[in-house]
Design a binder for this molecule. Structure first.
Ligand code: ZN
Length: 270
């Protein structure tokens, strides 16, 4: 495990994983909220269309971000995040496109060079997967609901099915996401976690007054090990959008609905 590296290019700040950066054809970035063109409260690198931010600004932001991974907005395939465990394989470059037919798509996979997979985060986990042997990648959005539905394990399995991926050849990277101190919940979250993972998650949940604190990062780490990803192929960011730097991150818990959203992009260069 290693900590993600902060990259600064003019006013653009993003994070990369040392694990993924060793593969020259793989390009990836977990973006922060800085470096775009949107005005407050979407300042400045906002990727949300269903907001008061203009479509023109958001499109510019996609272009700025895609440029970092050596591409442009016309190659971006994006999720339609609805806390599902729906996974879609992107089999060709279809231009700037949202995948799925309104049902929600929370994970994308591809082995097509030039296709940029894009997902979003504000507190939830964005997980990037890369099979360096078969040159295939994936991006997964997982909040506690997605974690309880084991969407990441299912995405790894789908990559095995479609590309012949062996988990021991795969890198898994979890971007900035909510920490256990910030994630105060009712009984529903621990109940779902126990239902899915059994007693092994008990040590990652504790009660403080009326509320539970749930350590989603460690639960995901344990889940990745159970999916046969090797410990030294896993990076999990310590950063938390909620208690972290407000100038770098929007947080759903802290900022509510009047905010932008951060993106992550991963692509295999042509
Ligand atoms: Zn926090």
């Amino acid at each position: 495990m290693s900590e993600l590296r902060k990259q600064v290019k003019d006013d653009l700040i993003y994070y990369t994983s040392p694990q993924l950066s060793v593969y020259p054809r793989l390009r990836h970035a977990f973006f922060t909220r800085t470096g775009g063109v949107s005005a407050a409260p979407y300042d400045t690198l906002n990727f949300r269309f269903n907001s008061r931010d203009s479509r023109e600004n958001v499109m510019k932001n996609y272009d700025i971000a895609a440029h970092v991974v050596g591409s442009d907005a016309d190659h971006v395939a994006r999720t339609c995040q609805m806390h599902t465990d729906n996974i879609v394989e992107v089999t060709e470059n279809r231009g700037f496109v949202q995948m799925g037919d309104g049902d929600g798509v929370d994970a994308l996979i591809t082995n097509v060079p030039g296709v940029v997979l894009c997902g979003f985060y504000a507190d939830c986990q964005l997980i990037m997967l890369y099979d360096h042997k078969h040159k295939a990648c994936g991006i997964v959005h997982a909040g506690w609901r997605g974690i309880a539905k084991e969407i990441t394990r299912k995405t790894i399995e789908k990559m095995t099915e479609r590309y012949g991926s062996n988990p021991s050849d795969m890198i898994a990277v979890v971007g900035p996401s909510i920490c256990r101190s910030c994630f105060a919940t009712d009984n529903d979250v621990p109940e779902k976690m126990r239902e899915t993972f059994g007693d092994m998650v008990q040590e990652y949940m504790y009660k403080e007054g009326e509320k539970w604190r749930v350590d989603l990062k460690n639960i995901t780490y344990t889940m990745l090990l159970r999916a046969d990803i090797l410990p030294y192929n896993i990076d999990i960011s310590n950063l938390c959008p909620c208690c972290g730097d407000k100038t770098q991150f929007w947080s759903h818990r802290r900022d509510g609905e009047e905010r932008g959203v951060q993106a992550g992009m991963i692509t295999i260069a042509e």
